[in-house]
Design a protein. Structure first.
Length: 326
């Protein structure tokens, strides 16, 4: 279950890009916070420059302060080129990550949606929401690079990438999964197999270990020589645990890039053209390792991970190709 709402985390529940009054904010919180307490929290958040307060008395409104943090891998580029590079990466990253999950919107239309805010004729609303949600998650991740990864941040990113916010206690958004999940796939020998991911009761323990691993100091000092291995390990661990009811692939491809970005390296982008190989390589690894349980090592078989590391290494050229043009 999600953590209890506190003074430290209540801002994450406020809908961005909207000016909200006290009662709107109070109703958006999953816990009942006394009005007097919430007023005090809001005042402190304003003083810390987390929120912007406008109006007076009954007309008082609060808006999340949007702070832009450019990832440090852009430091070697002319300042005028950085917004262009970020937009190209955003478009490609969003397009490929959603396409790997079956989204049919093209790269060109992805750019059009994100730049113009319009819809593509004949494409489902859900696919548009996946595009805008993933782009929003990238922005949230950039903004969080100066802090450690937390469960709350994972929940926030999950809310961003999930396009269908159905009120279903068995398939919660922004919380660990409540039901067993798995998938049928085909292994490298063309055999049908069923993969059962970690049980809901084991997810909190496994994800706590993974979050601790990602926050280790050494992962903030990666180089181009060891970055891909760490990316592949984190990516594979999230996919193997499958901590959410849906959206796990997109979350894995976001979170696994955090150590790279914190180390001043560009992100890994996995092309939709290798979709079948990508799915099959991960499935083969997960099948060889077996289901993870609470006290499991996150990577019980490092040798089995080598094909996936190789795939990620090849995919890294996608991002580098963009950067070489500037």
């Amino acid at each position: 279950m999600a953590k209890k709402v506190t003074k430290q985390n209540f801002v994450q529940y406020i809908e961005p890009n909207k000016a909200l009054n006290l009662f709107d904010i109070r109703n958006s919180l999953p816990d009942d916070v006394p009005e007097r307490t919430l007023r005090r929290w809001l005042s402190e958040a304003v003083s810390k420059r987390q929120l912007i307060r406008t109006g007076k008395k009954s007309g008082t409104r609060y808006t999340i302060r949007q702070v832009k943090h450019s990832p440090t891998f852009l430091n070697n580029y002319d300042e005028s080129k950085r917004p262009i590079i970020l937009k190209q990466l955003r478009d490609l990253w969003t397009h490929t990550s959603t396409a790997l999950e079956g989204n049919t919107i093209t790269l060109g239309d992805t750019h059009f949606i994100l730049e113009e805010g319009l819809t593509i004729s004949g494409k489902p609303l859900r696919e548009h929401q996946e595009i805008t949600g993933h782009a929003r998650a990238i922005d949230l991740m950039y903004q969080s690079l100066r802090t450690d990864l937390t469960e709350d941040l994972l929940y926030t990113l999950h809310k961003a990438v999930q396009s269908e916010l159905v009120n279903d206690i068995y398939q919660p958004v922004g919380e660990w999964k409540q039901e067993v999940n798995g998938t049928y796939t085909v292994d490298k020998y063309n055999n049908q197999i069923y993969l059962e991911y970690a049980l809901p009761k084991d997810v909190p323990s496994l994800m706590k270990k993974l979050i601790h691993y990602i926050n280790e100091k050494r992962l903030k000092q990666l180089t181009s020589d060891n970055a891909i291995e760490e990316y592949a390990k984190i990516h594979a661990a999230i996919a193997h645990i499958h901590p959410f009811s849906d959206g796990n692939g997109r979350i894995a491809r976001l979170i696994a890039n955090i150590p790279l970005l914190k180390s001043g390296l560009p992100p890994v982008v996995i092309s939709k053209e290798v979709r079948r190989e990508y799915i099959q390589t991960l499935a083969t690894y997960e099948f060889e390792v077996g289901q993870l349980i609470a006290n499991s090592d996150l990577w019980p078989n490092n040798k089995a991970l080598l094909p996936f590391i190789s795939l990620c290494s090849n995919a890294y050229q996608e991002t580098r190709h963009i950067l070489f043009k500037f």
